[in-house]
Design a protein around this ligand. Structure first.
Ligand code: 5AD
Ligand code: SF4
Length: 447
């Protein structure tokens, strides 16, 4: 099984700098394509900084670029298929003399599969996730001394910024390639994180997202994630964090989300399955009941909050009874949104070698059942927001019908009828709601 589907787009992802459409004639040009998660988007922001420092102008089309950088994802097979499609097109453009150099960075770069890609396609440089800084030398900058990604240049001066607080992951979930391609957990010192946040805020950032594969596992010199979150929430006007692991999520963090005005009241807590048997096979380290209890604490501490999760359907060995238990958990937790993935075998992971694979047709049926359940809950919960007036942070961009994309303090995504610039707050009435997004009218005021 290689297909995967997300049911909701991840939170709108801002680019730290808008790529210009066309470069000055004569300037060196580069095009960056990002695949995958927010961590990769953030790494691409840093890559963007490097190429700009090296005198490259950023362009959006391959045919305008001297250098193309593909920052890749390896977490599911369809992500690899997409990259292969892009590499094929780049080979053709190279033969026509339109693209000169191609670099492949990110998670595929850190996986064995990159050797095979190198043999099939013209790639000048392959970098994993731990040595992205070597790109500096490739583009003609002095070599950087940093030994791990968190100390690479961050992004500054934008309204929305990502701040990496940890890299890698110490778990060994049966299906997951992340520990192989991103390595073990490295936590960034608290002072370093807080300093970066303070600098960002001083330069105009209004929204900071703390990033890591398991942010709530962060610990450093006796401090734990909640201490870091509280410190950051003192410095930044708006804070969110992702992704968390249920085994690390402390009740006091859940309470802090409810208590601190500057923390967005939205929790993303991947559960993966509602069946204890599957959670064990997956090596998740918790039972469904413990997950449910965490959610009760969250709902109690943050009554107006939103909750999202990740669910995998069709992991080897998943029975009808396991699937039913997932449906039950979805019902009980009433998620506001969920990313539902069909199991995708990754070479080198335990699950790829497990027997009892689930037939495609069964996976598809279970996928749709979970999807419908999530959407039913999400739609009903969103309907409750209709008629209320919300304070909305304008995140970025505009939809096809010219509306801005914003976020309420409860973490709902909203389309708002305004052309006000990102980084501002407006007040507007929620007029309607779908399963994934709220729709607000023209703002009654700018805050
Ligand atoms: N197949 C399907 N989904 C996967 N995920 C990670 N690895 C796989 C895989 N091999 C999903 C998990 C994780 C999210 C980021 O991607 O749900 O939480
Ligand atoms: Fe992968 Fe599990 Fe680590 Fe998440 S916690 S990154 S799913 S190994």
């Amino acid at each position: 099984m290689s297909s995967t589907t997300q049911i909701t787009p991840k939170a709108p992802i801002p680019l730290s700098r808008k790529p210009s459409g066309r470069a000055d004639p004569g300037a060196k040009t580069a095009c960056i394509r990002t695949f995958g998660c927010q961590m990769n988007v953030h790494d691409s922001d840093r890559i963007r900084r490097m190429i700009q420092d090296a005198g490259y102008a950023e362009v959006q089309r391959y045919e305008d670029a001297d250098l193309v950088i593909l920052n890749t994802c390896y977490v599911r097979e369809n992500a690899v298929d997409r990259v292969k499609g892009h590499l094929g097109e780049l080979n053709r453009l190279r033969r026509e003399g339109r693209v000169k150099r191609v670099a492949l960075t990110g998670c595929i770069g850190a996986a064995e599969e990159s050797d095979a890609l190198r043999r099939t396609y013209d790639i000048d440089l392959v970098l994993g996730t731990h040595n992205t800084y070597e790109l500096a030398e490739f583009v003609g900058l002095p070599t950087m001394q940093e030994t791990y990604t968190p100390e690479l240049p961050g992004t500054s001066g934008e309204h929305n910024a990502f701040v990496t607080i940890m890299t890698g992951c110490n778990y060994q979930c049966s299906y997951c390639i992340v520990p192989t391609v991103r390595g073990r957990m490295i936590c960034r010192p608290m002072e370093s994180v807080v300093r970066e946040v303070e600098n960002l805020v001083a330069a105009g950032t209004g929204y900071v997202t703390l990033l890591g594969q398991t942010v709530d596992a962060w610990r450093h010199e006796g401090k734990r994630f909640c201490d870091l979150l509280e410190a950051v929430s003192e410095s930044a006007p708006r804070v969110w964090f992702t992704t968390s692991h249920p085994s690390n999520m402390e009740d006091r963090t859940l309470r802090a989300i409810g208590e601190k005005d500057t923390i967005v009241k939205r929790l993303h807590l991947p559960v993966q399955s509602g069946s204890d048997r599957m959670l064990k096979v997956m090596h998740r380290g918790y039972k469904a009941e413990r997950y449910r209890r965490k959610i009760e604490v969250f709902r109690d501490a943050v009554p107006d909050g939103t909750l999202s999760t990740d669910i995998i359907v069709g992991h080897p060995g998943e029975t009808e009874e396991d699937h039913e238990q997932t449906l039950r958990l979805v019902e009980d937790c009433a998620f506001d949104s969920a990313y539902i993935f069909k199991f995708s075998p990754r070479r080198g992971t335990e699950a790829a070698g497990l027997p009892a694979t689930v037939p495609d047709a069964v996976v598809q049926r279970r996928f749709l059942a979970v999807l419908r359940q999530v959407e039913r809950n999400a739609f009903a919960r969103n309907q409750r927001k209709v008629g209320g007036v919300e304070e909305i942070y304008i995140r970025h961009g505009s939809t096809e019908d010219g509306k801005a994309i914003g976020e309420t303090w409860s973490g709902h995504a909203v389309h708002v009828g305004t052309d006000i610039a990102p980084g501002n707050y407006v007040k507007a009435k929620i007029e309607s709601a779908g399963p994934h997004v709220l729709y607000a009218g023209v703002p009654s005021g700018r805050l």
